[in-house]
Design a protein around this ligand. Structure first.
Ligand code: C2E
Ligand code: MG
Ligand code: MG
Length: 733
């Protein structure tokens, strides 16, 4: 069963724990991604920066070299410079045009013109005119560049050369870096054209380099022969043999580091803010979750409540009853289950509308709650059904007293919608442990008792009694077995003769159905007819009775055959047609059939009943009003409807001896019937006194045990045979 105990607090812990872990994981992974990205990006930025710095340094060097190259080329571009030079007779610099030009390039350390075989033609080394000795020295410095120039030289024609053929290089001689140039040229001497190489050697001053570096924002530029820590931030310098002899290094500006320095604290600050925010959100969620838990507890509570009355509903009622029953043996007390059903609630609803009906339910709920003790449970099951668990009682009288208080209270008028409404109630009570110790049994028995209370006239309470259970069982049995009994012809008809007032002459018989049940013996119609009516079985049953009675009646000429017709059967569509068919089928004259109707038939739908009755009368069928005096007994009915006969209910004869009042009533009824020209029959005549009294009043027909009980058809056969014999005897005589 659904437990209604709320568990506040649990759900919000669950909510938080479900929220906390994913958030922590999310945070962690986001943090990891952010930091990795920062590190990776800053490293890349650093690398790119160093790359750019190296490129800048190279570009700067090239730029400064290109100025030298330009000057050299300018020199090489003037053919006159080479005039008067002869490879066979080198001038070693003195007095030639070449040397004049060289002098104009004084700041150029060494410039010389040499043959491919390294014979000096002209020029200066370290500012001194070139000599074979200084040419060797120069060769040692710039040999690889010259080799390059020679290799790249195709066959230039004419003096002056293109820039393409210039070979430059920065080399290191152990103390300083220097630039080496070689330009292939041709000289014209003595009318012949000869190849030569214009070479230069220029010491690069470290300060100049530093200046260039500083210009390109390379910090602390130095040239070192020691390999630097960061090889990326270094440009190697080679000696003439092509070996790395020194490095140009600098402290690279590392923008990635800066980025890291700035981003990391920023990220940490962001993280801090996020954590704080998460704390705030978690706190808020905690608050909401607690609120939710409270709402949940409240709605769980509501689950057990009837929304209209605020009382417990059936579910909660059942749960409480289980609990109370569980406690009962220890408490050595009793408890009572009261089922309450309002009388006339439907009328209030139909007359004043559902809103007033709802208001009434609420007022009833208030009154009920005010009548029970603390600890008792009051519930509404829906509609106008209420129930109470009365606990801690010692005797059934206490339950009876509560039921009485409830009836007293609920019969007081209710002020509703500017009107006063009066209702009543029926109450069924079952006691534990007297009637049962489990919930299902107690509720079923309280319901049975309620049914009984309603059946016996409403506005009363009934304690459950075991015979009630028998009634219910009977009901179930009838519901289950009657259909089969009808179709299998298990029912039988008994006939009770009706006598004229002399009590001797049989004028007719009344067909009364009997059910000889295989296990329960003979069952009286009073027991099963009402159930058959409820379950719609009275239609096939009535048809069977009518057919059987007409069939039997054919054997009894001169006797009128009275058949009881239930209101449900009479109102069923084409009842008249069915009767006509059965008369045709069985061959009984319509004038010998008498249908006994009750007042219920005419009250419900008077117009329809009237026309059906007119049709039946027109066919010659007789109509009797059965149980006269017990229902509405309105004079109007008697006048309006085409009855031939009234049958005074036997209850009047039963009580006639005890109260004079009944005798007066019987007297009046007989006279009334006679006055209206109806045949008056008295039912239930059991004593000769009654017979005499009725005879004296002028009652036309009598029926009762005094004359004959209902008997099987065979006995009526005998009776008819005897009557015929009696009737035939004088004739024969
Ligand atoms: P009812 O039509 O008023 O029938 C008369 C009832 O009174 C019969 O009860 C009969 O046995 C009983 N009775 C007759 N004389 C006396 C008497 O002197 N003293 C006492 N104490 N009782 C007497 P029964 O046969 O039990 O039938 C009860 C009711 O069941 C009938 O009342 C009738 O309303 C209904 N009923 C019987 N058979 C049928 C039927 O075939 N169809 C329908 N629809 N109702 C039937
Ligand atoms: Mg009858
Ligand atoms: Mg009757």
């Amino acid at each position: 069963m659904l437990s209604l105990a709320a568990s506040p607090g649990r759900s919000h812990t669950v909510l938080l724990s479900r929220l906390l872990w994913p958030t922590a994981v999310l945070f962690g992974s986001t943090l990891w991604i952010v930091f990795s990205t920062i590190l990776w990006t800053s490293d890349s930025v650093n690398e790119m920066a160093v790359e750019r710095q190296r490129a800048q340094l190279n570009a700067a060097m090239e730029q400064s070299l290109s100025q030298l190259v330009t000057r050299l080329l300018d020199l090489a571009a003037v053919p006159a410079v080479f005039d008067g030079l002869d490879a066979a007779s080198p001038v070693h610099g003195q007095g030639s045009r070449f040397n004049e030009q060289i002098l104009s390039l004084r700041d150029l350390g060494s410039v010389a013109l040499i043959t491919p075989e390294w014979r000096p033609l002209a020029g200066a080394v370290d500012g001194v005119p070139i000599s074979p000795e200084s040419a060797v020295k120069l060769r040692q410095r710039i040999e690889p560049v010259v080799r390059g120039a020679l290799a790249s030289t195709s066959s230039p024609t004419g003096a002056g050369r293109t820039r393409d053929a210039v070979v430059t290089s920065v080399l290191f001689d152990g103390t300083d870096p220097y630039a080496a140039f070689a330009v292939p040229v041709r000289i014209t001497s003595g009318g012949s054209d000869q190849p030569a190489i214009l070479v230069a050697h220029e010491r690069l001053v470290t300060d100049d380099l530093r200046r260039i570096a500083a210009f390109h924002e390379l910090d602390q530029f130095t040239i070192t022969t020691e390999p630097p820590g960061d090889l990326n931030a270094a440009v190697p310098l080679r000696n003439v043999r092509g070996e790395v002899a020194a490095y140009m290094t600098w402290v690279s500006s590392r923008p990635g580091d800066l980025m890291r320095q700035r981003l990391v604290p920023l990220t940490l600050a962001g993280l801090f803010v996020a954590v704080v925010l998460f704390g705030v959100v978690a706190g808020y969620l905690h608050y909401i979750a607690r609120d939710l838990a409270a709402t949940e507890a409240h709605s769980r509570n509501l689950i057990g409540r009837d929304p209209l009355s605020g009382l417990a509903n059936r579910l909660l009622f059942s749960e409480r009853l289980d609990k109370e029953l569980h406690r009962l043996p220890r408490a050595e007390q009793r408890l009572a289950v009261l089922f309450i059903d309002l009388d006339r609630f439907k009328d209030v609803n139909d007359t004043y509308g559902h809103q007033v009906g709802d208001d009434l339910i609420q007022l009833v709920a208030q009154r009920l709650v005010s009548l029970v003790r603390v600890g008792d449970t009051t519930a509404r099951f829906g509609g106008d059904e209420f129930a109470i668990i009365q606990t801690g009682i010692r005797s059934r009288d206490e339950a009876g007293a509560l039921a009485k208080r409830i009836l007293d209270s609920l019969t007081q008028p209710f002020a509703l919608a500017e009107t006063q409404v009066i209702i009543g109630a029926s109450i069924g009570i079952a006691l534990a442990p007297d009637n049962g110790a489990d919930r299902e049994t107690l509720m079923r028995l309280a319901d049975t008792a309620l049914y009984q209370a309603k059946g016996s006239g409403r506005n009363r309470y009934s304690f459950f009694q075991s015979r009630m259970d028998e009634t219910i069982r009977m009901r179930k049995m009838v519901e289950e077995d009657l259909r089969r009994a009808i179709s299998c012809n298990e029912l039988v008809l008994h006939y009770q003769p009706l006598f004229s007032s002399d009590g001797v002459t049989v004028v007719g018989v009344e067909a009364l159905v009997r059910w000889p049940h295989p296990t329960r013996g003979m069952i009286s119609p009073a027991e099963f007819i009402p159930i058959a009516e409820e379950r719609g079985l009275v239609i096939p049953l009535g048809e069977w009775v009518l057919r059987q009675a007409c069939t039997d009646g054919r054997r009894w000429p001169g006797l009128r055959i009275a058949v009881n017709v239930s209101a449900v059967q009479f109102r069923h569509r084409d009842f008249v047609g069915k009767v006509v068919n059965l008369l045709e089928e069985t061959g009984l004259e319509p004038g010998r059939l008498e249908l006994e109707l009750t007042e219920g038939v005419v009250v419900e739908d008077a117009d329809a009943a009237e026309s059906a009755m007119m049709e039946l009368r027109a066919l010659g069928i007789h109509l009797a009003l059965d149980d006269f005096g017990t229902g509405y007994s309105s004079l109007i009915y008697l006048r309006r409807f085409a009855f031939d006969k009234i049958k005074i209910d036997r209850s009047f004869l039963e009580s006639m001896e005890a109260t004079g009042e009944s005798a007066i009533l019987v007297h009046s009824m007989v006279h009334l019937g006679r006055a209206l020209g109806l045949t008056v029959t008295a039912e239930g005549v059991e004593t000769p006194e009654q017979h005499r009294f009725l005879q004296a009043l002028g009652c036309h027909q009598l029926q009762g045990f005094l004359f004959s009980r209902p008997v099987p058809a065979a006995e009526i056969d005998g009776l008819v045979a005897r009557r015929e014999t009696l009737a035939g005897a004088p004739a024969a005589a």
